[in-house]
Design a protein around this ligand. Structure first.
Ligand SMILES: NC(=O)c1ccc[n+]([C@@H]2O[C@H](COP(=O)([O-])OP(=O)(O)OC[C@H]3O[C@@H](n4cnc5c(N)ncnc54)[C@H](OP(=O)(O)O)[C@@H]3O)[C@@H](O)[C@H]2O)c1
Length: 114
């Protein structure tokens, strides 16, 4: 049976990087959202490149670009969102709702963990 394709959103975070490594270790085709907003954050870019060297696929996108989220989730079966970083919990939830909208529009996701 083929392994589920997994997209990790927030992959450079404390929890996210562990999920990316676990997904790769389990042999899942693993995709990581590379947010445009990270710009030239060297630490994040190095981490993302290291994921790529370990076999992950990087997908460019942004929470400010609905279509980019739809295009990202269309490529996978499972979405794991470990995003954080926004000061107020309610703002985090609003951002997560953008991902939920994209998942609903894409219509292909079997499992979503947030
Ligand atoms: N750390 C813990 O011990 C712990 C324990 C229990 C629950 N949690 C929960 O797990 C989740 C992740 O926690 P964490 O500690 O891993 O968080 P974190 O390290 O602070 O950050 C997670 C990731 O969120 C993304 N992010 C940051 N700002 C963003 C923004 N404005 N828009 C979209 N994405 C943004 C970044 O990933 P990219 O730049 O790669 O997109 C960042 O690396 C949170 O909901 C937290 O409450 C954490």
């Amino acid at each position: 049976m083929s392994k589920s394709k997994i997209l990790v959103v927030g992959g450079t975070g404390y929890i996210g990087k562990r999920i990316v490594k676990a997904s790769l270790a389990q042999g899942h085709p693993t995709y990581v959202l590379m947010r445009r907003e990270i710009g030239y954050d060297i630490d994040k870019l190095q981490m993302l490149l290291s994921f790529k060297e370990q076999g992950a696929r990087l997908i460019e996108g942004s929470f400010s670009d609905h279509q980019s989220l739809v295009d990202a989730v269309k490529q996978v079966d499972v979405v794991i969102c470990t995003m954080s970083g926004v000061q107020f919990r309610s703002h985090n939830i609003l951002l997560q709702l953008k991902l939920v909208d994209a998942i609903k529009e894409a219509g292909n996701i079997k499992v979503c963990i947030m």
